[in-house]
Design a binder for this molecule. Structure first.
Ligand code: TEU
Length: 564
């Protein structure tokens, strides 16, 4: 059982499990028993906690982010007994466990939405959602309009609502109607759902679309699509948006905090809020509110020393000001894998950075991804790691349309890369069918043959693999308490001691100067996009008595760490 008292998340490494793609106990879709059977891998990796994406009962139109019953397990993932066993197994390995709560919308199969359809216009059942006689001009995050007419639904013909011309709001897929959070019934129901899982022993929640729950009740027109962090541009967007980042969301999380406190001081909430700048992120983090909010500016930052330095410094300063630590996140199930993204000159321009058919910037991206993780693991605060990052796994860029499932891909076809390429099931065993993902050799998305090289067993046996680099980094992080803000002097000008932040005081220009490499390649032409760009050696502030056992050079091949 985890013993660390109190605010464990402040310096935790938290690993995201995407249940359908992590491990399967049989069949092409990953499940909870599969996840239990592979938890040892995470204990050995040295993380402190796991976050599981949704496994609740769901028609799976958005891979489980469309919940039909928040208190039940989807049969594809297992049973309630399995989930109880997962919590127990995680705790017995010393791992905290966080579930994913989806409060912005339900599935259109949720009993509330069925009741709303049946009860018709003007009914209290419809007040739990946003039904209106006419739509406004809002756009769905997934593309297309954010409103669907009830009588246009596939299930309308022959139903009591077949001639109902009212519309309902969905900021995501039409199967994900938005809840009306000004309705006290909605508020009470979610507090109860939180209690349901807290009683079962869960240590916290990742709150999906945390910045979107409250809408301007006048539903004024607003022509833009979504709040996706794009550096500075997002600032105006979020400020003006009638559905993103409204003050009312904070009242909800203050209520939730009280619910968590009923169960003691060591349960946490982390917001998925696509807002910027850092001061807007920090607004979610208060002693009486969220424990953390993902810093997506770090994820979306272009790979330049100046930009990253600014993002890191802003985050540290703003989180310090509210008495919290920062969070660092490089990838998740919604974005192109860092190995592909970071190879691009404009890596920060999520999500349109890569189009199918573009040449893959493999080597550069793979080395930068390791460097970025080394940096993250040395920074004060908590580091979130997306499944497969510890293997330095590539994005699958060549998935045929007929195998894809992401509704965002189909609604924006031709414009975005889609989210299936980062969701391909993990390779565990190099020489097993489906690389050991499932005992019967099945996998809901095909794994590229070259993933053999990335299989957990193969990397585990290779002392120079990314996996063994991650193991050493996290062991070192623990030993030196690198994530622990208490050891690092984060003052106003961010002067920092030699334990990890010295590089923040290094002039940005010198961070771009490549160090001499093994083969001696000082004569290269382009310092910034150069293949010799270094992640750790001499530049990541790890030199102060910290030794990654001679494996700090990242220059040797895309999936190997040099012994330089
Ligand atoms: O994502 C919220 C979100 O706004 C984006 O990450 C979005 O998915 C992306 O820009 C689409 O291209 C959360 C979940 O993480 C995501 O998986 C869900 O689809 C979404 O909410 C709806 O629940």
């Amino acid at each position: 059982t985890p013993t660390a008292p109190g605010l464990w998340w402040r310096d935790a490494v938290i690993y995201q499990i995407y249940p359908r793609s992590f491990a399967s106990s049989g069949g092409p879709i990953g499940d909870i028993p599969g996840a239990i059977s592979r938890l040892d891998h995470l204990a050995r990796l040295g993380v402190d906690a796991v976050w599981l994406s949704p496994f609740y009962r769901s028609p799976q139109r958005d891979a489980g982010y469309d919940v039909e019953d928040y208190r039940d397990i989807d049969p594809v993932f297992g049973t309630m007994d399995d989930v109880d066993a997962l919590i127990a197994r995680a705790h017995s390995l010393g791992l905290r466990i966080i579930f994913d709560i989806v409060p912005n919308h339900t599935s259109d199969r949720h009993v509330w939405f069925r009741q709303a359809l049946e009860a018709g216009p003007g009914s209290p059942e419809r007040e739990r959602y946003w039904f209106r006689p006419a739509p406004n001009n809002w756009r769905s995050v997934f593309g297309g309009g954010a409103w669907t007419r009830v009588c246009d639904r596939e299930d309308a013909p022959g139903s009591p609502w077949e001639s109902d011309a009212s519309w309902y709001l969905h900021l995501f897929d039409s199967s994900q109607p938005d809840l009306n959070w000004s309705n006290p019934e909605v508020q009470a129901e979610f507090r109860d759902i939180l209690r349901f899982w807290l009683r079962r022993g869960v240590d916290g929640f990742r709150v999906d679309v945390a910045h979107g729950l409250v809408k301007d009740p006048a539903l004024p027109n607003w022509g833009r699509t979504a709040a996706i962090v794009e550096g500075e541009k997002t600032k105006e967007r979020n400020e003006a948006a009638p559905m993103w980042n409204l003050d009312g969301v904070h009242d909800i999380y203050r209520q939730w905090r009280k619910v968590l406190d009923e169960f003691g001081p060591d349960r946490m909430l982390v917001a998925e809020a696509w807002v910027s700048p850092a001061s807007a992120i920090a607004k979610y983090v208060r002693a009486d509110e969220m424990s953390q909010s993902f810093n997506f500016e770090f994820l979306a930052s272009a790979w330049t020393a100046d930009r990253m330095r600014t993002v890191i410094a802003d985050s540290l300063r703003n989180m310090d000001a509210v008495g919290a630590t920062a969070t660092w996140v490089l990838s998740n199930h919604d974005v192109i894998r860092a190995t592909a993204r970071l190879g691009l000159p404009d890596a920060g321009n999520y999500p349109k950075g890569i189009k199918e058919g573009d040449p893959l910037p493999d080597e550069v991206g793979h080395r930068r991804a390791l460097a970025a993780h080394a940096l993250m693991s040395a920074l004060p605060g908590s580091a979130y790691i997306w499944q497969g990052e510890e293997l330095n796994l590539p994005e699958h860029m060549a998935l045929p349309d007929e195998l894809r499932e992401d509704p965002a891909y189909f609604r924006t076809k031709g414009e975005e890369t889609g989210r299936d390429g980062c969701r391909v099931p993990l390779p565990w065993e190099a020489d097993s069918p489906a690389f050991g993902f499932s005992p019967d050799g099945k996998s809901w998305l095909p794994q590229p043959p070259e993933w053999k090289e990335y299989a957990v067993d193969r990397e585990s046996a290779d002392p120079r693999s990314p996996l063994n680099l991650f193991r050493r980094m996290y062991a070192l992080r623990r030993e030196l308490r690198l994530g622990c803000g208490g050891l690092v002097d984060v003052t106003d000008d961010l002067a920092a001691d030699s334990r990890g932040l010295a590089f923040l005081n290094t002039p940005a220009a010198s961070l771009n100067t490549p160090a001499p490499t093994e083969g001696g390649d000082a004569a290269h032409k382009e310092p910034r996009n150069d293949r010799r760009e270094r992640g750790l050696e001499g530049h990541a502030g790890l030199e102060g008595g910290v030794d990654l056992e001679g494996h700090a050079g990242l220059e040797e091949g895309r999936n190997r760490v040099s012994g330089g």
